[in-house]
Design a protein around this ligand. Structure first.
Ligand code: BMA
Length: 329
């Protein structure tokens, strides 16, 4: 198992690559960044920044190689606006970025921390300078959302993670206009019992489009006597109909191991919200929050992930919409 960890994703030697100390203004922690590779080759991270009140905003960091030499915006790039969007009263968190060719804009799905708990909000931007909010699209409790880059059956598709109290599973919903959402279907249920991904899972970075299907990295939360363990798993969804699951990994494939992942505000957390794909079409740079304190990078490959899933995946039974109990005992 351990071999697979190191073979699948290789941590950057410079980890953590971004910390609060590097910020141009006083902040408490930087974590859980969304990522985009801009047309000029610049890697852009939209970092969640927690201030010294506990409220989060988003700030852009840019690097020519995606590893170091980061230039960080000198003030919050995208800040909560509770006067106009009351759902952002307690901050905005954990952005996932999807470039939408049809809109010629980047769509950002983020958590709006409302007085009733976390909900999913959307915003659009052509350049990460001007942002236009769509508003709250999924009411609390819901989070861990990303848009697919193309319409499915003529509608936009959003993966998200509503919580029912007893279980937190991944769902997919559809919209003609990004504002009105329906057609809700269970996409990937949390497992049960002793599993590493029992009871609570959520999308990590936006799904990765491959010729074999949508490669989905998700986090599983194991509740223990001394807190939660956040680890990563893999699933593959049909390209044409993402509701159809093709394969799901048994074991987790990446988990907290290094000191910066094991110690911090929330120990034992690796939490990716973004990746970039290199021009070879295969190399993945996965950006993740470590222990809710700093930002780290690990590098993997699409081919490697698919091969791992061939070895470690099980065909997953049925199509979304079935009760979780019947899909995974
Ligand atoms: C989740 C989110 C993430 C966070 C993680 C670990 O529920 O709040 O922002 O990184 O918990 O604390």
């Amino acid at each position: 198992m351990h071999e697979h960890f190191t073979a699948l994703f290789k941590r950057c030697r410079g980890n953590p690559i971004l910390t609060a100390e590097q910020w141009p203004y006083p902040v408490h922690a930087v974590l859980n960044p969304g990522a985009a590779l801009l047309p000029d080759g610049t890697t852009l991270l939209l970092c969640r920044v927690e201030d010294r009140r506990g409220i989060s905003h988003l700030t852009v960091a840019r690097s020519p190689n995606g590893i170091d030499a980061w230039t960080i915006d000198s003030a919050p790039t995208f800040a909560p606006d509770p006067d106009h969007y009351p759902e952002e009263i307690w901050g905005i968190e954990d952005p996932r970025i999807t470039y939408m060719p049809e809109l010629e804009q980047y769509a950002i799905a983020y958590t709006a921390y409302t007085k009733s708990g976390p909900g999913v909000a959307l915003a659009l931007t052509p350049d990460f300078v001007d942002f236009k909010r769509v508003g709250l699209v999924m009411q609390p409790s819901d989070k861990d959302a990303a848009l697919l880059p193309h319409k499915v059956g003529g509608r936009f598709a959003l993966i998200h993670r509503p919580s029912t109290g007893t279980t937190s599973d991944m769902w997919i919903s559809y919209s003609p206009d990004l504002q009105n959402w329906g057609g809700h279907q269970l996409l990937l249920p949390a497992r049960r019992g002793a599993w590493w991904d029992a009871n609570k899972i959520g999308l990590s970075c936006p799904p990765i489009e491959t010729d074999r299907g949508w490669l989905v990295l998700y986090h599983g939360v194991r509740t223990t006597a001394s807190g939660s363990l956040y680890r990563l798993g893999l699933a593959l969804l049909d390209l044409e109909n993402p509701e159809k699951g093709l394969s799901r990994g048994g074991p987790w494939m990446f988990g907290p191991e290094h000191p910066y992942e094991l110690m911090g505000d929330v120990p034992n957390v690796v939490f990716p919200c973004g990746y970039t794909l290199a021009s070879d079409g295969d190399t993945i740079h996965l950006y993740y929050g470590a222990a809710d304190t700093c930002i780290a990078l690990a590098t993997g490959s699409v081919r490697g992930l698919l091969e791992w899933l061939d070895e470690n995946g099980t065909e997953y039974i049925g199509v979304a919409g079935q009760p979780a109990e019947r899909v995974h005992a």
